[in-house]
Design a protein around this ligand. Structure first.
Ligand code: G1P
Length: 289
């Protein structure tokens, strides 16, 4: 039986949709309430039992490495001032040394290329991919839900959810047949089709469990939608040799790569916090009147 121990985080993207905020700061460091997006995704992976985190990073992204490292001076100041809660909150961010491995994507050639950059670190075993832009609020981490299904399926899996038919152009879209209430057998995949060309409104969101066979296909470096090497296209090729399953997860997904989605995430997560909700709620009520 194949076990998933490693998770790849493509974090080299430029974040142009959030300029000027992301000019000197990685988009993955944008905060939802008081935690950067990347930390939610890393915590989801570690809470799901992942043992090794692989960041495919790029130029100008060193804040990500610093975030998951010790900060001697800050820790000393917090300790001296007795701010123990804050100290705990920054210490808990840091996984054991050696848990995170960084590799660089030299050129921005797309998601498929970013995943291919992790091939030597992943090796010959199944692995997870998490896109930090897709933030999912759920009781059980979505990756953990998927890993449970993977124990039976032992094949490539993608998280899917239904989008408005007019929105298909923003996502990878699958053609699929239901095999249970939350698992679909994928019959085809297409990256960002127009609504006329979309085989369904079942969209891929940024949680994948992939098998190492994907690396050979990605290594062919075929250019797809948007002039980029697309993971969706590679999975469409893989479908000839391997079953792929769509998993309808339990949870609410926020598109934090989009300004409105990012703000919705901030509001939703803030309303979960007892110290913030009493201040935020009256304000929301007052401005929606
Ligand atoms: C990527 C994938 C796409 C998927 C989406 C989920 O697109 O290429 O198939 O539906 O993530 O967020 P991106 O949002 O990076 O353009």
């Amino acid at each position: 039986m194949m076990k998933v121990r490693k998770a790849v985080f493509p974090v080299a993207g430029l974040g142009t949709r959030f300029l000027s905020a992301t000019k000197a700061m990685p988009k993955e460091m944008l905060p939802v309430v008081d935690k950067p997006l990347i930390q939610y995704a890393v915590e989801e992976a570690l809470d799901s039992g992942i043992e090794q985190i692989i960041f495919v990073t790029g130029r100008g992204k060193s804040a990500l490495e610093d975030h998951f490292d010790k900060s001697g001076e800050l820790e000393e100041i917090l300790r001296a001032k007795g701010k123990n809660e804050l100290l705990k909150s920054i210490e808990s961010v840091i996984p054991d040394s050696g848990t995170i491995i960084y590799t660089r994507q030299r050129e921005m050639l797309g998601l498929g290329h970013a995943i291919w950059c992790a091939r030597n670190v992943v090796g010959n075993e199944p692995f997870a991919v998490l896109l930090a832009d897709d933030l999912i609020q759920s009781d059980t981490p979505v990756l953990s839900q998927m890993l449970k299904e993977f124990e039976n399926l032992q094949s490539t899996m993608i998280a899917v959810f239904e989008v408005e038919p007019s929105e298909t152009q923003k996502y990878g879209i699958i053609d699929a047949e239901n095999i249970s209430h939350n698992v679909k057998k994928v019959m085809g995949l297409i990256e960002k089709p127009t609504p006329e060309k979309a085989p369904s409104n079942n969209a891929i969101i940024g949680r994948y469990i992939l098998t190492p066979e994907i690396f050979d296909i990605l290594g062919q470096k075929k250019i797809g939608s948007g002039g980029e090497i697309q993971l969706t296209d590679a999975m469409a090729s893989l479908l000839k040799d391997q079953s792929i399953y769509g998993y309808q997860f339990k949870g609410t997904r926020f598109d934090c790569g989009d300004k409105a989605g990012f703000l919705m995430a901030n509001i939703a997560y803030a309303l979960e916090r007892p110290e913030i909700k009493p201040k935020l709620m009256p304000f929301i009520n007052s401005i929606v009147k």
